[in-house]
Design a protein around this ligand. Structure first.
Ligand SMILES: NC(=O)C[C@H](N)C(=O)O
Length: 331
């Protein structure tokens, strides 16, 4: 229909494509079972808001996605966004790592067209399944002119979240996704209500471009906790990584006994990035640890898993720690 926007749904699996043995199975089910054509056929309401086409990119639970999957997906999104007959793109995804993929696309895809991630906490076979409405909302947001230029978005539970800020903060409830700086808006009955816009660099304003990225450097995460030993950090230091994210407690603090191991990594040319495992807040440079003296980078407000995504992308351009710190402030 000429009056409606053209939206492509890229399907990657997850619980939104999941199936359980019975309707009471809201938590026990197999993810990534239902194909995109069946998802679209099961939701005839989509044809009222957009001309929808589906493409099955992967069929996996999101905890099993790889760096290669990220590159494949982002390159496909970038190619579609360049097509004049595509107005918006929806990506169905598992909830476990959707925040990581959303941030990767935010950093690397150069487009103003809406890119909307969507997921569900319950499989479509369960009572009160949340996937159908979430998908309807995603398609309607992806087809909206007012969603352009706002970076990669996520629609879950009536909310429109920033792909940069959003995190999974609860592992069962449909209200699982929260952005510490607030939702961008809400989508209700196919209409968008906006309250904020992102200020960090994204999509069109990013210095990174998926069309020129062919591989991602290995970056790993080590957590901090009471009684932590240096075993994991020492082993990772010998594994060929280019950067290590330290997910420390509190303000991204680091146990005294771990500091020499992190200094050894830095002396060996590995970038050390100090982040916090606390869900909200941000890490301040030279508070807790002398980052200038040790030549460490701080992850600003990014949780360890998001800091890893930015580190991989940034390292495709530079390993200069001053530049990396600038990038962590700006994105
Ligand atoms: N709700 C979900 O989608 C969880 C699932 N493990 C996934 O991330 O694929």
């Amino acid at each position: 229909q000429a009056a409606l926007p053209n939206v492509v749904i890229l399907a990657t699996g997850g619980t939104i494509a999941g199936a359980g043995a019975s309707a009471i199975n809201s938590a026990t089910y197999a993810a990534a079972k239902v194909g995109v054509d069946k998802l679209i056929a099961g939701l005839p309401e989509l044809s009222k808001v957009a001309n929808v086409k589906g493409e099955q990119v992967f069929q996996v639970a999101s905890e099993s996605l790889t760096n290669d999957n990220l590159l494949t997906l982002a390159k496909r999104v970038s190619a579609l966004a360049k097509q004049p007959d595509v107005d918006g793109i929806v990506i169905t995804h598992g909830t476990d790592t959707v925040e990581e993929t959303a941030y990767f696309l935010t950093l690397t895809v150069h487009t103003n067209k809406p890119i909307v991630m969507v997921a569900s906490m319950r499989p479509g076979t369960a009572l009160s399944a949340d996937g159908a409405l979430n998908l309807y909302d995603a398609v309607s947001v992806a087809g909206s002119k007012d969603a352009m230029g706002k970076g990669v978005l996520l629609t879950m539970n009536d909310s429109i979240e920033s792909g940069r800020d959003v995190s999974k903060n609860f592992n069962i409830k449909p209200s699982a996704f929260v952005s510490q700086w607030g939702s961008l808006g809400m989508v209700v009955e196919g209409r968008n209500y906006w309250f904020r816009a992102p200020v960090k660099r994204h999509t069109m304003n990013s210095e990174f471009d998926i069309d020129t990225i062919t591989s991602l450097p290995p970056v790993e995460i080590a957590m901090g906790y009471e009684g932590v030993a240096s075993t994991a950090i020492d082993a990772l230091g010998k594994s060929g990584i280019k950067a290590l994210i330290h997910g420390g407690p509190g303000n991204g603090s680091v146990a005294d006994r771990i500091v020499p191991s992190l200094q050894k990594l830095r002396a060996d040319g590995i970038v050390v990035i100090r982040s916090s495992r606390v869900p909200d807040g941000f890490v301040i440079r030279n508070a807790e640890q002398p980052d200038d003296k040790y030549d460490w980078v701080v992850a600003h407000d990014l949780r360890p898993q998001k800091a890893r995504i930015l580190a991989m992308v940034a390292l495709t351009k530079t390993s200069d720690t001053k530049e990396l710190q600038r990038i962590f402030w700006e994105y």
